[in-house]
Write a protein that binds this ligand. Structure first.
Ligand code: NAP
Length: 313
């Protein structure tokens, strides 16, 4: 698979990232069965066979179960650890932990360090390649985060750091305090969610050498063959007009609707890395067809106009 270099650091990963959020087949650890774990391992193996070497995790994905399923695959595949780039995230805290606490964000140094250590344990590895802050903590103190990052790097627990769902100004504030460059920003980017093209985020990534990683690149399935489960913010997405143009281009180019939707992201000069979220082996493979498809400027704009639902000014 084509590759991408993360930031200015020499960390090389596959151009498509595989997202591990849905690996357990449920978001409730109480519903995880041996069969669901086996399905999750099958999805990871399918991604490996299709050439993905970049894997995205978070401590909260099925409350750690997704990391542990991935850890099982690493355990049964000697040498695999060195061939993959493993990213995880922290900073979102569940309600009731500790008792009475609300759902919240926590970028205190002690929480970042403890979360990282727990992710390493579940994955069964010594070092995370990329560690990202999941959602901006309203109480973020950049100096405190920078200290946590330094400590994790000095201890050999993390190679590179990044953020997720940050605004441009939040990235700038954190970067000023950090001794190392932030290498990745993970955000929702798709034909159903155009904000990063319009709010300066992709320009900032481009100018600072930060890799934009696109979560929900096919809008949780709404730009594919239908969504199983999406985030509340995605429930109202209207995608019929976009799908019509995706299908027209897919027909002209003899490829799939999903491949065109991903190729649309890949075409952007900021070198967006789509994070593919399916757990179906055939769909994980199908997504790689996007890499052989360079959309023309005209095709790209046809899709943009369908997505905007408004003519360009
Ligand atoms: N940083 C953040 O805040 C954040 C938030 C959300 C997600 N993420 C990351 O981004 C990754 C991707 O997000 P996502 O899962 O919403 O991405 P997505 O690729 O847009 O959506 C995947 C969903 O679409 C369904 N789907 C329907 N038709 C499909 C088709 N033709 N091809 C492929 N999938 C199809 C899949 O179902 P099947 O499994 O049945 O194929 C799956 O449920 C996550 O795994 C996670 O790593 C990060």
């Amino acid at each position: 698979m084509q590759t991408v270099t993360l930031g200015r650091t020499g960390l090389v990963a596959s151009r498509l990232c595989y997202g591990c959020w849905r690996l357990a087949g449920t978001w409730d650890p109480g519903e995880v069965t041996p069969e669901r774990r086996a399905n999750g391992r099958r999805a990871v193996r399918a991604a490996l066979e299709a050439g993905y070497t970049f894997f995205d995790h978070a401590d909260i994905y099925c409350q750690g179960v997704c990391e542990s399923i991935f850890g099982e695959v690493l355990l049964e595949s000697p040498g695999l650890r060195d061939r993959v780039v493993i990213a995880s995230k922290c900073g979102i805290r569940r309600p009731g932990d500790p008792a009475g606490a609300p759902y919240r964000y926590d970028f205190s140094a002690s929480y970042i360090i403890a979360s990282c250590e727990q992710s390493l344990r579940r994955l069964g590895i010594e070092t995370l390649d990329v560690y990202q802050l999941h959602r901006p903590d309203f109480l973020m103190d950049p100096e405190e985060v920078a200290k946590a990052f330094d400590a994790l790097r000095r201890a050999g627990k993390v190679r590179e750091f990044g953020v997720s769902n940050f605004s441009v100004s939040q990235i700038i504030a954190l970067q000023r305090a950090c001794s190392m460059p932030l290498v990745a920003q993970q955000i929702e980017i798709s034909l159903a969610h155009l904000q990063p093209f319009e709010n300066g985020m992709l320009d900032h990534c481009l100018s600072e050498g930060i890799v934009p990683m696109a979560w929900s690149p096919i809008a949780g399935g709404k730009l594919g063959d239908g969504a199983r489960r999406v985030l509340p913010s995605q429930q109202e997405y209207r995608t019929e007009a976009i799908v019509e143009v995706l299908d027209a281009i897919a027909g002209e180019r003899a490829t799939s609707r999903t491949a065109v939707a991903l190729a649309w992201l890949l075409r952007h000069p900021s070198r967006i890395v789509p994070i593919v979220g399916s757990i179906e082996p055939q769909r994980i493979q199908d997504a790689t067809r996007s890499l052989d498809l360079e959309l023309t400027r005209e095709e790209w704009y046809r899709l943009l106009i369908a997505a905007r639902r408004d003519p360009l000014p």
